[in-house]
Design a protein around this ligand. Structure first.
Ligand SMILES: C[S@@+](CC[C@H](N)C(=O)[O-])C[C@H]1O[C@@H](n2cnc3c(N)ncnc32)[C@H](O)[C@@H]1O
Length: 239
């Protein structure tokens, strides 16, 4: 029963429903943190010497594109998501703000058709929590498969901080306050309550870091603002 929340069709439905309010919600509720985190999680990347191929997995409406293009201006950016709702806005954004230069793909990342050994960089922001351990293993294998040798990756996710007081405050904020905004913006607090459920179960990115390391990717854990977000980055060193 519990595993149903990780069913891709269920997750897709949730994001389709959230899509009309997701960007405003992000803006209102992040206090600028997510903007900073989106920049920080790309800081470990080396500057490429040639035009780089980047893929942003679970791209949503393209919230990370600006930070990505700022960090890696000489690049082709391909993005992937499976939610029609989120991609509708992503395509609008590509047209209005990126000269239609973003290659937008609608695919399930767990069953994707991306080319092997093709990408110099794989990025992914705030998409890990809706995967269980088995799905994270597939994600790790797919990340390794699509990266070139020498290619780099970085993932980040909202997490539960270690500090007890901060954990309580952040839990209250994500579990109680954000759903109130959800009711105001969407008329439905339940979908945003689900995000807290996922974060609660996800805890932090340590487990996912181990799973990525086990596939043979060189993987380093990273923590942002006292653990309110965590993630990992690294390199594919061999096929
Ligand atoms: C929380 S949003 C993050 C969006 C964006 N990256 C950001 O930084 O705000 C997670 C996204 O992952 C997508 N997603 C979840 N599971 C997926 C899957 N199996 N394949 C493709 N996209 C998926 C959802 O549709 C949603 O747009």
């Amino acid at each position: 029963m519990e595993n149903n929340i990780y069913n891709p069709e269920y997750v897709k439905g949730l994001f389709n429903e959230m899509s009309s309010s997701y960007e405003r919600m992000n803006f209102i509720t992040s206090f600028g943190f997510t903007i900073r985190w989106r920049r920080q999680f790309l800081e470990q990347f080396d500057q490429p010497k040639h035009k780089a191929e980047i893929i942003d997995l679970l791209t949503g409406m393209g919230e990370t594109w600006k930070a990505t293009k700022n960090k890696l201006p000489n690049s082709n950016l391909t993005v992937l998501d499976f939610s029609d709702g989120m991609l509708k806005y992503a395509k609008q954004k590509s047209k209005q703000k990126f000269d239609n230069e973003i290659n937008v793909l609608q695919q399930d990342v767990l069953k994707n058709e991306l080319s092997s050994s093709h990408y110099d960089f794989v990025t992914c922001a705030f998409g890990l929590k809706t995967f269980n351990a088995e799905q994270l293993q597939i994600l790790a294998k797919e990340t390794k498969r699509i990266l070139k040798v020498g290619g780099q990756f970085s993932f980040i996710e909202v997490s539960k901080p270690n500090n007890k007081l901060l954990k309580t405050l952040y839990g209250f904020y994500l579990g109680q306050i954000i759903p109130v905004f959800g009711r105001l913006l969407l008329g439905n607090p339940e979908v945003y309550k689900m995000l807290w459920q996922y974060t609660n179960k996800f805890d932090n990115a340590k487990n996912a870091t181990d799973i990525f390391a086990q596939t043979g990717l060189t993987t380093n854990f990273n923590s942002y603002f006292y653990g309110c977000a965590t993630g990992f980055y690294g390199t594919k060193t061999e096929e």
